[in-house]
Structures are given as C-alpha cells and as structure tokens.
Design a binder for this molecule. Structure first.
Ligand SMILES: *Cc1c(COP(=O)(O)O)cnc(C)c1O
Length: 413
C-alpha cells in the first residue's frame, strides 16, 4: 500500500529528528527546497539545454533552469554552469568524458588519503575507463605536500589532475595545483563536493579562479537538494561538457531538482548563509579541541573546515567500525573512515569521520559541540558499560530537544 511508504518516510523523519547527525557529507535542507523538489516539475521531459530542447512545452522549465544556471554563476563567480548532473559522481563522469579518451592518464588523491571513489577507484567506472595514478598525503603531517605532487605529476605526465577530497580536514591550495598542472600541460579539475558551502561563503579559496573545470555536489555543505553541478570559465569546454552530460551520459534532466538547486543557490547568497558556514567551522574546531583534550588523536592534529578524522585505533585501540557502532547505539550517527596509511580495510578502518554541517543547520553552537565531544569520548571509552551508555543516550536526547528539525506534517504539505 502506498500509505506504507509514507509511514516509512515518517519513520525516517523521526530518525533524523532523534539522532545527532555527524556524517560530514549530510545536511538538512530548508522547507523551500523540499517543496521545489517535491513539485510537479518531476512530470516534465526537457532533454537538451535551455531554449534548445528536444521536447515541446519547455518554456517555463527553460526559465527555471536558466535561473539555476545564472544563480550558480553568480554564487561561484564563474562564466558557465551546467546544473543537470544527477549526482557528484555523474558530474565527474561527464567531465572525464568531455576532457579525456579511454585509457588517458589522470592524477588524483588516493582514496585512503581522503579522495573519492569516482577519482579512480578500481571499483568505479573511473578506475575502469582511465589510467589513474594517485598522490598521497605526507606520512608525517598527513597533509598534502605540493612538492611530492609536482614530482609525481612530472613522472606520470597526466592529461588531467584532480584536486578535491571527501575526508581531508585541511585547506587545499588550488593555486599550487594550477602551477603543477601548467608545468606538466595537464587540465586541472577541482571536485569541491564537500567544501562548496565554504567556498560559496568565501571561507575557502574559490577553485573557479584556478581550475579548468570545477565539479560539485549540491547536498553537502552547500545544503541543497541531492545532485551535481559543473562550472567552468572556458567557452569551448562548456560546449563539450553540455554534450557529455546530455546525450553523453544522461537523458532527461531532473527539473524538480534543478528548481531546488536554484532555491539552494539563492539561499547561499544570503548573509545568513555566511554566518552559518562560519559556525560550521567554529563548531568543528571546538569538537576537535574537546576530543584532543580527552586524549584522542586527530588526523593532522586539527581541522580548517567542516570535518575531522579521529584515529580511534591509536587513541583507544578501537576500529572505526566498532566506534561507529558504539555511537550509533546512543543516537550519534557518523561513519567509519580510512585514515592516511591505514593498515586495515575500508570495511573495518582505523578511524571515524565527524562533520558539523548538519547539526549546525539544526542550531548547535560551540557549547553544544563541547557536550557532543564529551559524550563521544565517554561513550567510546566506556563502550562495555551499559549504565553509562544509557545515561549518554539521555544526554543526546536532551541536546536534540532544544533544536527541533522538521515539524509534524512538514513532508506532506
Ligand atoms: C560526495 C562526493 C562525490 C559524489 O557525490 P555523489 O552525489 O554521492 O555521487 C564526488 N566527489 C567528492 C569529492 C565527494 O565528496
């Protein structure tokens, strides 16, 4: 029965309401974004780009998609945008198809160092279709070492260099990457999926100034609907990119999602959004400091952005898998994560990744994150003590009560 599906949606809403969400790639969208994404636009086919479609009846869709494109350009200070990719991985696939031929060489960040599956994993189309080589982070500092990357680029001579990561807690210097790409005659693509919100708020170097192409998701720090975008300043590349998206890898664009992307970009142009992004960083620093005070080892010993990596193995002899499970039982959601030079496997891991975007959206400030840090520390250090875990569950729900998320009925307006 259809009703069962709505009951499940309601259950998921309650789960979101009743847990502390620390997955660094998740966020909570506004009601306007939910509304746009749940709209009648889902009914419309609109293959092609605005005003050059393969279907009739697109005159309003054209206005909507043009609005999303113009907003994206304004927000990221860039000349061209494609807002159709269904996801971050699809955006990357389209760029590879626009710039590369099968088997061409690409240099990207190693998965264990913080890279993404779509940057050359053998399990992903990327690693199957192209010859990927990877740079690691420095063994001592666990940070990017641009001299090492330069040396590797000179050796590999890639056609494309990719900068950008899924679990790197520090700033990335896109200007340095540009210099390296120029030195070896490679294209530079920046995948800013995780940090797009920080970039939009001017709190991280804007890669559009340096890269040939920038890809992103819209659903992480940017706090929009689930989807992807591609940005460039190059008038020739945008043509290739548009063709690679459609008909290259996609059919009809998700115009309901594109409308929600436009809402997201307009929200991101508000001053409130800058305040929100600043608070994300403040909260991450506080969480990091509390865990350090509690004796936890943090990868790179700190954070510049919205996330941190806790080396649970070195700190308390616990794998990431175990730590994720312990925290889940008291109502804290996070994910196990490989740490640089991790000797275990992606299913076990030696650490956890913690991010502050979602709970900052809910209203958590520094003092709430001090409490979150203390709860995490107590929980992981006393994982066998049932009574302590029960007490911590109550502390979690007390924190959440102060900041309700979606009200009853929100999703079915
Ligand atoms: C999340 C992420 C992606 C993929 O996004 P999906 O929408 O899940 O396909 C791509 N690149 C990076 C760096 C990411 O963090």
């Amino acid at each position: 029965m259809v009703q069962d599906i709505f009951e499940l949606i309601n259950k998921e809403k309650n789960r979101q309401n009743n847990t502390i969400e620390l997955i660094a790639s998740e966020n909570f969208v506004s009601k306007n974004i939910l509304k746009a994404q749940g709209s009648v636009l889902t009914n419309k086919y609109a293959e092609g780009v605005p005003y050059k479609r393969y279907y009739g009846g697109c005159e309003i869709i054209d206005e909507i998609e043009t609005r999303a494109i113009e907003d994206a350009k304004k927000l990221f200070e860039v000349k061209y945008a494609n807002v159709q990719p269904h996801s971050g991985s699809a955006a990357n696939m389209a760029v590879y198809r626009a710039l590369l031929k099968p088997k061409d060489k690409v240099l990207s960040m190693k998965l264990e160092a913080g890279g993404h599956l779509s940057h050359g994993s053998s399990m992903s189309f990327s690693g199957m279709d192209y010859e990927f080589h990877s740079y690691n982070v420095d063994k001592e500092t666990n940070m990017l070492n641009y001299n090492d990357i330069r040396r590797l680029a000179l050796k590999v001579k890639p056609k494309l260099i990719i900068a950008g990561a899924s679990s790197y807690p520090r700033k990335i210097d896109f200007e340095e990457f540009r210099k390296i790409a120029d030195e070896v005659g490679a294209y530079l693509m920046v995948d800013m999926a995780h940090i797009a919100g920080l970039v939009a708020a001017g709190l991280h170097q804007n890669p559009c100034k340096y890269a040939d192409v920038v890809t992103s998701t819209t659903h992480k720090t940017l706090r929009g609907p689930r989807g992807g975008i591609i940005l460039t300043n190059d008038s020739i590349l945008i043509g290739k990119i548009n063709k690679a998206v459609f008909p290259g890898i996609q059919g009809g664009p998700l115009e309901h999602v594109i409308a929600a992307k436009a809402v997201c970009f307009e929200e991101a142009m508000n001053l409130d959004f800058i305040k929100y992004q600043k608070q994300i960083i403040k909260n991450a620093k506080v969480l990091c400091d509390v865990l350090k005070m509690e004796g936890f080892k943090i990868v790179t010993n700190g954070t510049d952005n919205h996330l941190l990596l806790v080396d649970t193995k070195k700190s308390i002899g616990m794998t990431g898998k175990e730590a994720e499970n312990v925290l889940e039982k008291i109502g804290i959601t996070c994910n196990k994560n490989m740490i640089p030079y991790d000797p275990t496997t992606p299913y076990i891991t030696s650490g956890i990744r913690l991010g502050t975007p979602a709970m900052t959206t809910r209203g958590f400030s520094e003092k709430d994150f001090v409490e979150v840090g203390k709860i995490i520390s107590l929980s992981l250090k006393n994982s066998e003590n049932k009574q302590i875990q029960e007490e911590l569950k109550i502390r979690v729900s007390n924190l959440l009560k102060k900041y309700p998320l979606y009200e009853e009925g929100d999703l079915h307006e």
